[in-house]
Design a binder for this molecule. Structure first.
Ligand code: RIB
Ligand code: CA
Length: 317
């Protein structure tokens, strides 16, 4: 089987945990490393949460590195109302005994890309601060990146604000640097983010499994459902990882995209130009600041759901 060599950049976060669990366990993914960034919660809590998830996946050899402690400009803005005070549903999961890599996030990114004999897919599931710093610190290595598949943005409404999705809104300047980098980008945004979900009943079934990864995933989903009071609950970030190995489950379109870095009400919006070409003549997007981005617009929800369930619980049926 051809494996996809992958680096995840995360702000674990309950839905980042769904993605890390999946990427560490799926046989078509070679998870080279996981870098952590300030986002849903503070970066040290993100590191602690990420180690716990990799322990649950039995993936204790995958390096984890600590990255940016705040956005490039401005202050941190946490999403504990969604993910809990500890960022992982306040389940009280015991800390991992593992230590993190001594390298910083951007150094680990550089070393993994430089040492890989295969093209590397970078999958940011968080604010893009680490990725922007990596692009600025190691531009020659960045040229070797195969592609970036990021969870972020939206062609329509936001979630953090009326206009902006959380990962972009948290650090718009970093997002602008990434979108303008020239690295091929797939944007897995709010147009599809909420759709692949898991029900309370499915969570209970996972919790009854004999597999630690399934019990862990089921407990997280249960906590997420209890906190937000909705079922099914979205698998969120995981969907971006799935596009890397099953593109056939997803429908994409190419759009010119620019990130709004103003200080107005649209700050952090990913403005996607969906106009017909003749209309674009009137006032084209400023091509200096925009990029051609592959945007995920639709998906086979059941296929994407089953892929996750069957990966974290081998006995799932
Ligand atoms: O807007 C959703 C994104 O924000 C997800 O990555 C979630 O984990 C939070 O970071
Ligand atoms: Ca995230």
């Amino acid at each position: 089987m051809n494996k996809t060599s992958m680096i995840l950049d995360v702000d674990t976060g309950v839905d980042d945990a769904f993605a890390v669990l999946f990427a560490a366990m799926h046989p078509a993914i070679s998870l080279l490393g996981v870098t952590c960034v300030d986002g849903n919660t503070n970066v040290d809590q993100v590191v602690a949460n990420t180690l716990k998830v990799l322990d649950a996946a039995g993936a204790v050899d995958i390096p984890v590195a600590r990255g940016a402690v705040r956005p490039l400009l401005g202050e941190s803005k946490y999403a504990e109302y969604v993910h809990g005070a500890d960022g992982m549903g306040d389940l009280g999961i015991p800390p991992s005994k593992r230590v993190i890599d001594k390298r910083s996030a951007v150094e680990l990114m550089r070393d993994l890309i430089e040492s890989s004999s295969e093209p590397v897919t970078l999958v940011p599931l968080a604010p893009l601060t680490n990725v922007a710093l990596f692009l600025r610190a190691f531009p020659e290595t960045a040229k070797k990146l195969h592609r970036i598949i990021l969870m972020g943005g939206s062609t329509s409404a936001g979630n953090a604000t009326a206009a902006a999705e959380f990962n972009i809104w948290h650090d718009p300047e970093a997002a602008a640097i990434v979108f303008q980098s020239g690295v091929p980008i797939t944007m897995y945004g709010l147009d599809v983010f909420m759709r692949p979900g898991v029900t309370r009943e499915e969570a209970e079934s996972l919790k009854r499994s004999t597999e630690p990864s399934a019990q862990f995933g089921g407990s997280l989903i249960h906590a997420f459902i209890e906190r937000l009071g909705v079922s099914p609950i979205t698998l969120g970030d995981y969907g971006a990882v799935a596009t890397a190995i099953h593109p056939e489950f997803f429908t994409t379109e190419m759009f010119d995209v620019v990130v709004d870095t103003s200080s107005g009400p649209a700050r952090g919006q990913t403005i996607c130009d969906r106009r017909d070409s003749f209309l674009k003549e009137l006032e084209p997007l400023d091509l200096e600041d925009s990029a051609k981005v592959r945007v995920v617009m639709d998906l086979d929800v059941e296929a994407v759901r089953q892929l996750w369930l069957r990966t974290i619980d081998k006995g799932w049926s």
